[in-house]
Design a protein around this ligand. Structure first.
Ligand SMILES: O=C[C@H](O)COP(=O)(O)O
Length: 330
């Protein structure tokens, strides 16, 4: 098993942009064969390295990597244009400029920002010229229980308003009832409504009952053409967890092995500590390799993670300076 004792790969987007996952016909045998050994998964999750196993010199590099892979999010009922504009300013310059200069990464931005439909045009204006994508949650987020034609229409409206990425929510009932055809058809329709915009399928794993259901729903959404699979809305009582993440990234690996298409992964909800971000990055590196450490294939969905990363980077720089100072005095 690898652990993040080296620096992550560079912070640039890969030269070759991945071809989009076109999906495939629903393979019900494959879906039904998908299993998840809960105790083995939980053991593996406990063994994942956290920040302490990252060499100090490399911590800052991993935290900067986490910033570039972040969908900086606000999804609150009291969101305003002002809050979204401040969020976009933070996406453009995630950490104070002097600190980024000291860390040798003056130009990094977050991977994207993520907002409700009503805030898309504000975000598009505020990010103009930055190249930072706007992601919008859609399809009656978070429960996804509004009429089907309205959910499809919401996607179309979101794309028309300028969203680059659409985060849809699946109908949990289809999973709980084992109605894989219905889940496939729904996801396929959502994917088509997105047109050129990328689509992330939010599984709301905290409401799917079992890890086996998570594995099966992941496969069905990828077969129907999801560009990313995402754990949670952030509104369920249980959101992103390491066991669920292991199941989902292994489904991504199986799908890649069979089809040759790389699907992205987005853990979301409740990830607010820098050390947890490093654990997720090391999970991606261990299970899927360096290619999945780029923002086109990995994102955190997080509203408060950036604040903790910024604090840790400040400590890192201060610590490095005091070490140099102590050395000079010795
Ligand atoms: O998709 C993103 C999540 O809603 C963010 O959840 P969070 O507020 O717990 O970070």
């Amino acid at each position: 098993m690898h652990s993040p004792t080296t620096t992550p790969t560079d912070h640039q987007l890969p030269q070759a942009i991945e071809p989009r996952n076109p999906g495939m016909e629903l393979d019900l045998d494959w879906v039904r064969r998908a299993q998840a050994n809960t105790s083995a998964i939980e053991r593996r999750a406990k063994s994942l390295p956290g920040r302490r196993s990252v060499k100090k010199d490399y911590q800052a590099a991993w935290l900067l990597k986490a910033i570039t892979c972040m969908d900086l999010t606000t999804l609150s009922g009291d969101d305003t244009e002002g809050r979204v504009r401040r969020l976009c300013a933070k996406a453009r310059q995630p950490v104070r400029a002097e600190l980024l200069e000291q860390l040798g990464m003056p130009d990094i931005t977050t991977g994207a920002i993520c907002v409700y439909h009503d805030m898309i045009s504000t975000a598009v204006d505020a990010l103009d010229g930055s190249g930072i994508p706007v992601a919008a949650v859609s399809t009656g987020f978070p429960a996804g229980l509004s009429p089907f034609h309205l959910r499809v229409e919401e996607i179309r409206e979101g794309v028309k308003a300028g969203a680059d990425e659409i985060d849809i929510v699946i109908t949990r009932r289809h999973v709980l009832q084992g109605n894989w055809q219905a889940l496939y058809d729904e996801m396929r329709a959502f994917r088509e409504a997105c047109g050129d915009a990328h689509v992330k399928a939010i599984l709301a794993t905290g409401e799917l009952g079992t890890l086996r259901n998570v594995a099966r729903a992941s496969l069905v959404c990828m077969m129907a053409g999801a560009d990313f699979i995402k754990t949670s809305t952030g509104k369920e009582s249980v959101n992103a967890t390491l066991p669920v993440s292991l199941v989902m990234v292994r489904a991504i690996r199986d799908y890649y092995d069979r089809t040759g298409y790389r699907v992205g992964y987005k853990p979301a909800g409740g990830i607010s500590k820098a050390k947890d971000a490093v654990t997720y990055l090391s999970l991606m590196k261990d299970e899927l390799g360096d290619r999945w450490l780029q923002p086109d294939l990995f994102r955190f969905g997080a509203s408060s993670l950036l604040g903790d990363i910024e604090r840790q980077l400040e400590h890192h720089v201060t610590g490095a300076y005091s070490a140099t100072y102590r050395h000079a005095l010795a």
